[in-house]
Write a protein that binds this ligand. Sequence first.
Ligand code: PDD
Length: 285
Amino acid sequence: MATKINFNGEIHDQLNISVLDHGFLFGDSVYEVVCTVDKQPCFLDKHLDRLFASAKAISLVVPRDKEWFREQLEITLGAANNDESYVRIIVTRGVGEINIDPSTCQSPNIIIIVMEIKEYPESCYEKGIHVALVSIKRNASDALNPNVKTGNYLNNVLAKVEANKLGAQDAIMVNALGHLTEGTTSNLFFVREGHILTPSLDCGILSGITREMVIQLARENGFHIEEGKWAGEELCEANEIFLTGTIKKVMPVSHLDARPVGSGKPGPVTLKLMRLYEDLIGRKL
Ligand code: PDD
Protein backbone atom coordinates (compact mmCIF):
# COMPACT_ATOMS: atom_id res chain seq x y z
CA MET A 1 0.00 0.00 0.00
CA ALA A 2 1.54 3.26 -1.05
CA THR A 3 1.12 6.79 -2.22
CA LYS A 4 2.41 7.48 -5.71
CA ILE A 5 2.44 10.82 -7.45
CA ASN A 6 2.60 11.12 -11.19
CA PHE A 7 4.05 14.45 -12.31
CA ASN A 8 3.77 15.05 -16.05
CA GLY A 9 4.21 11.33 -16.69
CA GLU A 10 6.93 10.55 -14.11
CA ILE A 11 6.13 8.61 -10.98
CA HIS A 12 7.41 9.78 -7.60
CA ASP A 13 6.91 8.78 -3.95
CA GLN A 14 6.93 12.44 -2.94
CA LEU A 15 6.84 15.60 -4.95
CA ASN A 16 7.96 19.18 -4.50
CA ILE A 17 6.58 21.61 -7.03
CA SER A 18 7.46 25.21 -7.68
CA VAL A 19 5.92 27.87 -5.47
CA LEU A 20 5.59 29.89 -8.67
CA ASP A 21 3.01 27.46 -10.04
CA HIS A 22 -0.17 29.53 -10.33
CA GLY A 23 -2.09 26.53 -9.03
CA PHE A 24 -0.37 27.18 -5.70
CA LEU A 25 -0.34 30.98 -5.89
CA PHE A 26 -3.94 31.54 -7.02
CA GLY A 27 -5.76 28.21 -6.92
CA ASP A 28 -5.52 28.48 -10.72
CA SER A 29 -6.06 24.80 -11.48
CA VAL A 30 -8.75 22.22 -12.09
CA TYR A 31 -9.11 18.82 -10.48
CA GLU A 32 -11.10 15.63 -10.15
CA VAL A 33 -11.42 13.08 -7.37
CA VAL A 34 -11.96 9.51 -8.54
CA CYS A 35 -12.25 6.36 -6.44
CA THR A 36 -11.47 2.81 -7.46
CA VAL A 37 -13.71 -0.21 -7.20
CA ASP A 38 -11.90 -3.56 -7.56
CA LYS A 39 -8.78 -1.48 -8.30
CA GLN A 40 -10.40 0.09 -11.37
CA PRO A 41 -11.23 3.83 -11.52
CA CYS A 42 -14.98 4.30 -11.20
CA PHE A 43 -16.78 6.46 -13.80
CA LEU A 44 -13.40 7.59 -15.19
CA ASP A 45 -14.77 8.73 -18.56
CA LYS A 46 -17.22 11.06 -16.82
CA HIS A 47 -14.49 12.44 -14.55
CA LEU A 48 -12.18 13.08 -17.51
CA ASP A 49 -14.99 14.75 -19.44
CA ARG A 50 -15.62 17.05 -16.47
CA LEU A 51 -11.89 17.73 -16.01
CA PHE A 52 -11.60 18.84 -19.62
CA ALA A 53 -14.81 20.88 -19.39
CA SER A 54 -13.52 22.62 -16.24
CA ALA A 55 -10.19 23.35 -17.95
CA LYS A 56 -12.01 24.81 -20.96
CA ALA A 57 -14.15 26.99 -18.71
CA ILE A 58 -11.02 28.63 -17.26
CA SER A 59 -9.25 28.79 -20.66
CA LEU A 60 -6.64 26.27 -19.61
CA VAL A 61 -5.43 24.18 -22.53
CA VAL A 62 -4.66 20.67 -21.29
CA PRO A 63 -1.51 19.53 -23.11
CA ARG A 64 -2.48 15.81 -23.13
CA ASP A 65 -5.53 13.89 -24.32
CA LYS A 66 -7.88 11.71 -22.28
CA GLU A 67 -6.14 8.53 -23.46
CA TRP A 68 -2.88 9.80 -21.95
CA PHE A 69 -4.66 10.35 -18.61
CA ARG A 70 -6.13 6.82 -18.75
CA GLU A 71 -2.69 5.28 -19.44
CA GLN A 72 -0.90 7.32 -16.76
CA LEU A 73 -3.56 6.53 -14.21
CA GLU A 74 -3.25 2.82 -14.92
CA ILE A 75 0.54 2.98 -14.50
CA THR A 76 0.26 4.99 -11.28
CA LEU A 77 -2.41 2.71 -9.81
CA GLY A 78 -0.19 -0.28 -10.66
CA ALA A 79 2.80 1.34 -8.95
CA ALA A 80 0.77 2.13 -5.81
CA ASN A 81 -0.84 -1.33 -5.73
CA ASN A 82 -3.43 -0.41 -3.13
CA ASP A 83 -6.51 -2.50 -2.37
CA GLU A 84 -8.61 0.54 -3.25
CA SER A 85 -7.35 4.00 -4.08
CA TYR A 86 -8.26 7.63 -3.79
CA VAL A 87 -7.18 9.36 -7.01
CA ARG A 88 -6.80 13.09 -7.42
CA ILE A 89 -6.10 14.39 -10.90
CA ILE A 90 -4.92 18.00 -10.98
CA VAL A 91 -4.01 20.25 -13.89
CA THR A 92 -2.43 23.52 -12.81
CA ARG A 93 -1.82 26.64 -14.89
CA GLY A 94 1.89 25.98 -14.40
CA VAL A 95 4.84 28.15 -13.44
CA GLY A 96 4.63 31.83 -14.29
CA GLU A 97 5.53 35.25 -13.01
CA ILE A 98 4.44 36.11 -9.50
CA ASN A 99 1.44 38.10 -10.67
CA ILE A 100 -2.12 37.16 -11.49
CA ASP A 101 -1.69 37.08 -15.26
CA PRO A 102 -2.04 33.46 -16.46
CA SER A 103 -0.52 34.36 -19.82
CA THR A 104 2.91 34.37 -18.17
CA CYS A 105 2.59 30.64 -17.42
CA GLN A 106 4.43 28.48 -19.89
CA SER A 107 2.91 25.03 -19.58
CA PRO A 108 0.33 23.39 -17.32
CA ASN A 109 1.49 20.75 -14.86
CA ILE A 110 -0.41 17.49 -14.59
CA ILE A 111 -0.36 15.75 -11.23
CA ILE A 112 -2.05 12.45 -10.45
CA ILE A 113 -2.03 11.53 -6.78
CA VAL A 114 -2.90 7.92 -5.94
CA MET A 115 -3.20 6.96 -2.30
CA GLU A 116 -4.94 4.39 -0.18
CA ILE A 117 -8.56 5.43 0.16
CA LYS A 118 -9.83 6.47 3.57
CA GLU A 119 -13.49 5.52 3.54
CA TYR A 120 -16.03 7.03 5.90
CA PRO A 121 -16.58 4.77 8.92
CA GLU A 122 -19.44 2.30 8.64
CA SER A 123 -21.14 4.05 11.55
CA CYS A 124 -21.71 7.12 9.33
CA TYR A 125 -23.73 5.00 6.90
CA GLU A 126 -25.55 3.24 9.73
CA LYS A 127 -26.38 6.30 11.81
CA GLY A 128 -26.05 9.22 9.38
CA ILE A 129 -23.96 12.36 9.79
CA HIS A 130 -24.65 15.80 11.27
CA VAL A 131 -24.79 18.81 8.94
CA ALA A 132 -25.29 22.53 9.48
CA LEU A 133 -26.91 25.11 7.24
CA VAL A 134 -24.13 27.69 7.27
CA SER A 135 -24.08 31.45 6.71
CA ILE A 136 -21.33 31.32 4.06
CA LYS A 137 -23.04 31.55 0.66
CA ARG A 138 -22.16 29.35 -2.31
CA ASN A 139 -20.33 31.24 -5.06
CA ALA A 140 -22.62 32.81 -7.63
CA SER A 141 -22.61 31.07 -11.02
CA ASP A 142 -21.52 34.29 -12.69
CA ALA A 143 -18.57 34.62 -10.29
CA LEU A 144 -16.55 31.44 -9.78
CA ASN A 145 -19.08 29.02 -11.24
CA PRO A 146 -19.56 26.07 -8.84
CA ASN A 147 -20.03 23.84 -11.87
CA VAL A 148 -16.36 24.33 -12.73
CA LYS A 149 -14.25 22.14 -10.49
CA THR A 150 -11.26 24.37 -9.86
CA GLY A 151 -8.55 24.19 -7.23
CA ASN A 152 -9.98 27.35 -5.68
CA TYR A 153 -12.14 25.86 -2.93
CA LEU A 154 -11.91 28.62 -0.36
CA ASN A 155 -15.69 29.15 -0.49
CA ASN A 156 -16.17 25.54 0.58
CA VAL A 157 -13.27 25.63 3.05
CA LEU A 158 -14.94 28.56 4.85
CA ALA A 159 -18.25 26.69 4.93
CA LYS A 160 -16.47 23.69 6.43
CA VAL A 161 -14.77 25.90 9.05
CA GLU A 162 -18.20 27.18 10.06
CA ALA A 163 -19.62 23.65 10.21
CA ASN A 164 -16.67 22.53 12.36
CA LYS A 165 -17.36 25.37 14.80
CA LEU A 166 -21.00 24.28 14.95
CA GLY A 167 -19.98 20.69 15.69
CA ALA A 168 -21.32 19.41 12.37
CA GLN A 169 -19.52 17.04 9.99
CA ASP A 170 -20.44 19.01 6.89
CA ALA A 171 -22.00 22.26 5.75
CA ILE A 172 -24.94 22.94 3.48
CA MET A 173 -24.73 26.27 1.67
CA VAL A 174 -27.45 28.43 0.16
CA ASN A 175 -26.81 30.85 -2.71
CA ALA A 176 -27.21 34.64 -2.63
CA LEU A 177 -30.97 34.22 -3.26
CA GLY A 178 -31.27 31.93 -0.24
CA HIS A 179 -31.82 28.81 -2.35
CA LEU A 180 -30.31 25.51 -1.27
CA THR A 181 -27.21 24.51 -3.24
CA GLU A 182 -24.89 21.74 -2.00
CA GLY A 183 -22.41 20.52 0.60
CA THR A 184 -18.70 21.40 0.67
CA THR A 185 -17.72 18.38 -1.47
CA SER A 186 -21.06 16.73 -2.12
CA ASN A 187 -24.50 17.26 -3.62
CA LEU A 188 -27.67 17.57 -1.57
CA PHE A 189 -30.89 15.55 -1.74
CA PHE A 190 -33.87 15.59 0.60
CA VAL A 191 -37.14 13.75 0.86
CA ARG A 192 -40.51 15.33 1.57
CA GLU A 193 -43.76 13.38 1.54
CA GLY A 194 -42.10 10.57 -0.42
CA HIS A 195 -40.73 12.87 -3.12
CA ILE A 196 -36.99 13.18 -3.63
CA LEU A 197 -35.90 16.77 -4.14
CA THR A 198 -32.50 18.09 -5.22
CA PRO A 199 -31.30 21.59 -6.12
CA SER A 200 -31.21 22.13 -9.88
CA LEU A 201 -27.93 22.94 -11.64
CA ASP A 202 -28.97 26.59 -12.08
CA CYS A 203 -28.92 27.04 -8.28
CA GLY A 204 -25.15 27.09 -8.70
CA ILE A 205 -23.81 23.62 -7.89
CA LEU A 206 -21.32 21.13 -9.25
CA SER A 207 -23.01 18.68 -11.57
CA GLY A 208 -21.90 15.71 -9.48
CA ILE A 209 -21.36 12.36 -11.13
CA THR A 210 -22.81 10.51 -8.13
CA ARG A 211 -25.78 12.94 -8.24
CA GLU A 212 -26.36 12.08 -11.91
CA MET A 213 -26.24 8.35 -11.13
CA VAL A 214 -28.57 8.66 -8.15
CA ILE A 215 -31.11 10.67 -10.17
CA GLN A 216 -31.01 7.98 -12.87
CA LEU A 217 -31.36 5.16 -10.33
CA ALA A 218 -34.25 6.93 -8.60
CA ARG A 219 -36.09 7.42 -11.91
CA GLU A 220 -35.50 3.83 -13.03
CA ASN A 221 -36.86 2.58 -9.72
CA GLY A 222 -40.09 4.52 -9.81
CA PHE A 223 -39.29 7.30 -7.34
CA HIS A 224 -40.68 10.76 -7.92
CA ILE A 225 -37.59 12.94 -8.17
CA GLU A 226 -37.55 16.65 -8.82
CA GLU A 227 -34.74 19.12 -9.50
CA GLY A 228 -35.66 22.66 -8.45
CA LYS A 229 -35.19 25.66 -6.21
CA TRP A 230 -35.96 25.54 -2.51
CA ALA A 231 -35.31 28.05 0.25
CA GLY A 232 -32.84 27.02 2.94
CA GLU A 233 -35.60 26.86 5.57
CA GLU A 234 -37.43 24.19 3.59
CA LEU A 235 -34.70 21.74 4.49
CA CYS A 236 -35.93 21.85 8.09
CA GLU A 237 -39.19 20.22 6.91
CA ALA A 238 -37.41 17.30 5.25
CA ASN A 239 -38.24 13.76 6.36
CA GLU A 240 -34.86 12.56 5.09
CA ILE A 241 -31.66 14.20 3.85
CA PHE A 242 -28.67 12.62 2.13
CA LEU A 243 -25.50 13.78 0.41
CA THR A 244 -23.83 12.26 -2.65
CA GLY A 245 -20.23 12.36 -3.83
CA THR A 246 -17.40 10.21 -5.09
CA ILE A 247 -16.02 9.52 -1.62
CA LYS A 248 -19.22 9.82 0.45
CA LYS A 249 -21.21 7.77 -2.10
CA VAL A 250 -24.77 8.06 -0.71
CA MET A 251 -24.41 9.41 2.82
CA PRO A 252 -27.44 9.70 5.11
CA VAL A 253 -27.83 12.83 7.23
CA SER A 254 -29.28 12.24 10.71
CA HIS A 255 -29.17 15.77 12.11
CA LEU A 256 -29.56 19.25 10.65
CA ASP A 257 -28.44 22.11 12.89
CA ALA A 258 -28.29 19.64 15.82
CA ARG A 259 -31.96 18.65 15.35
CA PRO A 260 -32.92 15.17 14.17
CA VAL A 261 -34.02 14.83 10.56
CA GLY A 262 -37.25 12.77 10.53
CA SER A 263 -36.69 9.86 12.91
CA GLY A 264 -33.01 10.86 13.37
CA LYS A 265 -31.99 7.68 11.55
CA PRO A 266 -31.40 6.97 7.83
CA GLY A 267 -34.87 6.86 6.29
CA PRO A 268 -36.35 4.26 3.90
CA VAL A 269 -35.78 6.24 0.69
CA THR A 270 -32.15 6.96 1.59
CA LEU A 271 -31.56 3.32 2.52
CA LYS A 272 -33.08 2.12 -0.75
CA LEU A 273 -30.89 4.50 -2.78
CA MET A 274 -27.81 3.45 -0.81
CA ARG A 275 -28.53 -0.17 -1.76
CA LEU A 276 -29.19 0.71 -5.41
CA TYR A 277 -25.95 2.69 -5.58
CA GLU A 278 -24.04 -0.19 -3.98
CA ASP A 279 -25.44 -2.52 -6.62
CA LEU A 280 -24.52 -0.09 -9.39
CA ILE A 281 -20.87 0.22 -8.37
CA GLY A 282 -20.67 -3.37 -7.09
CA ARG A 283 -19.47 -2.43 -3.65
CA LYS A 284 -20.93 -2.24 -0.13
CA LEU A 285 -21.18 1.18 1.52
N1 PDD B 1 -15.99 16.60 -4.57
N2 PDD B 1 -20.17 19.31 -5.03
C1 PDD B 1 -18.90 19.70 -4.78
C2 PDD B 1 -18.65 21.11 -4.39
C3 PDD B 1 -17.86 18.77 -4.86
O1 PDD B 1 -16.60 19.15 -4.62
C4 PDD B 1 -18.16 17.43 -5.21
C5 PDD B 1 -17.10 16.39 -5.34
C6 PDD B 1 -19.49 17.07 -5.44
C7 PDD B 1 -19.88 15.67 -5.83
O2 PDD B 1 -19.43 15.35 -7.10
P1 PDD B 1 -19.10 13.85 -7.53
O3 PDD B 1 -20.31 13.05 -7.23
O4 PDD B 1 -18.83 13.95 -8.98
O5 PDD B 1 -17.91 13.41 -6.71
C8 PDD B 1 -20.46 18.05 -5.36
C9 PDD B 1 -14.87 15.68 -4.54
C10 PDD B 1 -15.22 14.34 -4.04
C11 PDD B 1 -13.77 16.35 -3.76
O6 PDD B 1 -13.50 17.50 -4.08
O7 PDD B 1 -13.18 15.76 -2.88
